[in-house]
Design a protein around this ligand. Structure first.
Ligand SMILES: [Ca+2]
Ligand SMILES: [Ca+2]
Length: 531
């Protein structure tokens, strides 16, 4: 209640024209006053909020306005204001105090809000209306004897709307080898209940830019084509009215093995309150494209030095849905200016002359082979920048899955006469690449065994927190995923979005009071596949 008093005090301070003096006890103040009841009502903000429909879960700010401006008003003290909230069945329920022990001089008015605990709308299914009432009590200084008066203010009515849809997505096939073409059918039904007083449920008004019936999109399949279901609305423009089911279709060809989920997004709004329509729940039946899919990354440490030597690391992973089968071969296409001096890797059979390595064991889904290490020497007068490309092949992957089998590693080469750049911390964010589909691949150099945590650097939550255990020093790859909110933003805008992330590393065995080392970086999220 202290909060209310403070707010009231602030409100008064903002209106210096209004006289505000503490009322004295047991006397007539101001002299000659005869007394009149104060006028108490909800604050303007509360009234504005309840002027239109609200939804379950909305927070209603509770505030009051007390006016003591009758023509012969006496000073009031010990004013208290209470509000009666509805119970979940819509009948009058809990009483909450909004203000207590407020003094208000004759001729003054105050308006204020409680800073804590707004009323969160929580009414049973089937309840669409509920009352909110307000009461007051005050001591009036109208003569030798103070008197206590009380009364009811003007109440408000909470009017509810419950926009609701069900979405069913069906595929004409759910799995197969690549290229896999799948036809999707989306059935979106407006299930908003009608109120018990006969007011119909809200309609879903399309809000997309793709025409009159663009109210559903899918970040994983485009364009969605409207097929059927719209009955004419009373209000002219097409709308998904209560009880209607609209059908849309979409076709997509999957080239890469893996598992794919629909990412539906409703782009319309409610016809009753013009607010965005609630989104459908996630978890739709995924489509699986069978097969192994070998991918490759390549990295090196620091700049190379003319006349010196360097080391590259090549990592082969399986991002498909089946384990690899048969021989896997990695070939390093050494650029001019570099010469391979050694190539090896645990479990690999390597050939220095062709700078290639092979192995025949199977690579499980999501796994990586031990890295191939390529040692090079640098020519005395090499180009200032070389690009080393490594290629992976084999493993039983389909032709369609071969589009991601190269990795380039641009490398700067410094002349010995050029100054050496300052040695940075061995913990460093090496680079980031958008993988499309709301994912970003991040390469981080860690100084040893420990825990790597990547998450939003700012308070707004856009990226799913990702955690990775590291066993030793070297480069590790982390795949970041956009969360639902960021996905929606990306789907709505159709553009990419930069997000600042924090990369933190806690070395294994660090005492708990040693804070992790951190680095920040802007990374770009995109739903579209990389160019
Ligand atoms: Ca309609
Ligand atoms: Ca591949």
């Amino acid at each position: 209640m202290r909060e209310m008093k403070r707010c009231l005090a602030v409100a008064v301070a903002l209106i210096p024209a209004l006289a505000f003096a503490p009322a004295s006890n047991a006397n007539q103040s101001p002299v000659g006053c005869t007394g009149s009841n104060p006028v108490v009502r909800f604050a303007t903000e509360t009234m504005n909020q309840l002027d239109s429909f609200v939804r379950p879960g909305d927070s209603i700010v509770l505030g009051a306005r007390i006016s003591n401006m009758g023509s012969s008003a006496c000073d009031l003290s010990e004013i208290s204001v209470t509000v009666r909230l509805p119970a979940s069945d819509g009948t009058p329920g809990e009483v909450r105090t909004l203000a207590s022990d407020v003094d208000l001089a004759g001729g003054a008015a105050v308006e204020g809000f409680t800073e804590g605990a707004p009323y969160v709308v929580d009414l049973d299914e089937g309840i669409f209306n509920a009352p909110l009432s307000i009461s007051w009590q005050a001591t009036v200084h109208g003569g030798d004897q103070d008197t206590v008066i009380s009364g009811e203010g003007t109440g408000l009515e909470i009017k509810l709307t419950r926009p609701r849809t069900s979405l069913q997505i069906e595929a004409d096939r759910y799995s197969g080898g690549p290229p896999l073409t799948v036809g999707f059918t989306y059935s979106l039904t407006n299930q908003s209940p009608a109120s018990n007083t006969g007011v119909g449920g809200p309609s879903l008004a399309p809000g997309g830019t793709g025409g009159l019936r663009d109210l559903l999109s899918d970040a994983a399949c485009a364009p969605l084509v409207y097929q059927s279901g719209d009955q004419p609305s009373l209000v002219g423009e097409p709308a998904l009215d209560p009880g209607e089911t609209w059908k849309f279709t979409c076709s997509r060809t999957f080239l890469l093995p893996g598992t794919y989920e629909s990412q539906p997004l409703i782009t319309g709004s409610s016809s009753v309150d013009s607010r965005p329509w609630p989104q459908p729940a996630s978890g739709f039946i995924p489509v699986t494209v069978f097969g192994s899919d070998l991918t490759i990354t390549k990295s090196h440490e620091g700049d190379l030095l003319a006349g010196g030597s360097g080391t590259y690391e090549v990592l082969v992973s399986n991002s498909g849905s089946l384990a690899s089968t048969g021989t896997v071969t990695v070939t390093d296409q050494i650029p001019e200016g570099l010469t391979v001096t050694a190539i090896s890797g645990e479990g690999w059979n390597c050939d220095l002359a062709t700078a290639s390595c092979s192995r025949a064991d199977s690579l499980p889904v999501g796994g990586s082979f031990p890295p191939v290490i390529v040692d090079v020497t640098v020519a005395d007068d090499p180009p200032s920048l070389v690009t080393n490309v490594a290629t992976v092949s084999g493993g039983g992957e389909s032709v369609a899955a071969g589009t991601n089998n190269d990795a380039s590693d641009p490398t700067k080469i410094r002349k010995p006469t050029q100054p050496e750049p300052p040695k940075g911390n061995v913990f460093k964010v090496v680079g980031s690449t958008s993988l499309g589909n709301g994912m970003v691949s991040l390469k981080v150099r860690v100084p040893g065994a420990g825990i790597l945590i990547v998450d939003d650097a700012k308070k707004i939550d856009l990226v799913r927190a990702t955690r990775k255990k590291t066993r030793k020093s070297g480069n590790v790859k982390v795949v970041l995923k956009a969360n639902r909110q960021l996905r929606r933003t990306l789907a709505r805008s159709g553009a990419s979005r930069k997000v600042k992330i924090r990369v933190s590393f806690t070395a294994a065995g660090n005492p708990p009071n040693v804070s992790p080392i951190s680095a920040f970086r802007q990374v770009t999220f995109d739903l579209r596949p990389p160019a």
